[in-house]
Design a binder for this molecule. Sequence first.
Ligand code: PRX
Length: 636
Amino acid sequence: MTEDVFAPPIGEWYHPSEELLKAAHVQDYDEVYRRSMEDVEAFWAERAESLLEWYEKWDQVLDASQAPFYKWFVGGKINIVHNALDRHTKTWRRNKLAIIWEGEDGDKRTMSYWRLWQEVNKFANVLKSMGVRRGDRVTIYMGRIPEIIVAMLACAKIGAVHSVVYGGFSEQALATRIEDAQSRVLVTADGSWLRGKIVPLKDVVDEAIHRSPVVDTVIVVKRTGQNVNMVQGRDYWYHDLMALPIASRQCPTEVMDAEDPLFILYTSGTTGKPKGVLHTHGGYQVQVSATLQWCFDLKEEDRYWCAADPGWITGHSYIVYGPLILGATSILYEGAPNFPYPDRWWRIVEEYGVTILYTAPTAIRGLMRFGEAWPNRRDLSTLRLLGSVGEPINPEAWRWYYTAIGKERCPIIDTWWQTETGAFMIAPMPSVSLKPGSATRPFPGIKVDVVREDGTSCATGEDGDLVIQAPWPSMLRTVYGDPQRYVDQYWTKYAKFGWYLAGDTARKDEDGYIWVIGRNDDVIKVSGYRLGTAEVESGLVSHPSVAEAAVIGVPDEVRGNVIYAYCILRNGYAPSLALADQLKAHIRHEVGPIAVPEKIEFVDVLPKTRSGKIMRRVLKARAMGLPEGDTSTLEE
Ligand code: PRX
């Protein structure tokens, strides 16, 4: 099932300016790509060596002996925090701003590399004093405040594995993720500001721990200051702990194996249980820093702003780790793009002199609705490059981003990648000419294609499966606690060829540019957020009134897709608008606001195959008023 359908414009090219090209890290993409393909391992080894410091060099770049359980930089010793912080504190960069933070309520804070390093050391010591050891999982559930970055880095520093759960998820989603990771320690905040209201993070934590009682220690950052319930002997204030003598400013960085786990990040898949995508210390940082440097052409003097949330992979790789490894100054903003007015983002660009802005098409479409007057009131002349991620960017939004925001000066770097890939896979750099709506060509060292079911390469313009044809350094290593799921999900369909299945439908054009159309599995992208149909469906059936549920994604002008839900009620319940509202509130509470269906329809039957599988394709066709296609497998 294809989530998004749009017709690529033909013949619309955007070429980089001479000025940008002359100063770019890479002058000739084609040549660099060609050379990388001659010896992929040598290409990555060179990047690993020139971008990073290793405690000990690797013996082997790639070990494919247990494919698809690939290992990278085998025998290498490293810690991502050494490269993201420690090394900078020994140079002039100790004085450079690492983070510029703005709260939605107007609070402001900055942190130099020196200051951030000290905070991380202190918090790492706090975690140790709470019994956190190498390999232990720590769940982090916070808003966009600097402490989320401190907490992630503190875990990595001592070799613990962080599992960040996006602050927009609710009770059940958090409980499931705590349970799966078996985290004893959880770091959170009393709340976070969003659209002028407090997101009650701590209340959600209390309820989630009630459901998953594995957590015995909760550390709470005071952000909003409202009263929260603190459980004696379990809950501690962050600022109290950071003031204790145990919170020393000195903390040795654990020497990790390149393949040691760094974090787990849960993402939606085809079953109700989210997948714990596991990334490691070595290969991950190589590809994250290499892609950020080349594709966004990041320079020492940049002021870089990735407006995603640290709780998603975009934030992990391109707010936290990538920019810090490259010693960049980056912006973190807590709240909504249009609060209190639709120019909030543009005011931030103006105030801090942002040079690179990275966001999602849904945000652009949302801001586009308010018109050009808002950005026009602000000085956006510092911008030199714009990024996009999360879903295909429709040409209309692309052109608005390009003209209204970038003033036709800034290339739009459309980056295709996934939680699983860890870093950009298909994305241009300044020496690649652009076509609105295409992420263009693969990064050097990355081999991709669009193929038919039998593995043959699709012809120009023909839809097929997007596959990655060789392992890459920042690839996920497994699904946490479920290696079989890792194999089944990603490596089985094209096992004969050893290719990774991305789960996206794509097509190539006559110039070899890749156009990603959308997901072809049971994943729905709502406002760029990834949701599994099964996660929403199990949320619905957890309500006493619902016997069975099916959800689908339906195209939406701003959000990309919205969710339509179809529910069969249990005996004794009658369809009503009030019940539909109750169900929406239930989903908001159980899964999170992003999962709330746009529409709930009560039905007597659901279209199923004879083997009992729900035919979402048929539901979708009906919802969109399209032909139902082949229904020969439909149950009587
Ligand atoms: O469908 C693709 C879409 O987002 C999916 C990955 O979602 P997630 O793991 O949440 O990661 C999002 C941030 C990296 C992909 O399978 N996607 C992501 N970027 C693009 C995209 N679709 C088209 N163009 C993109 N640039």
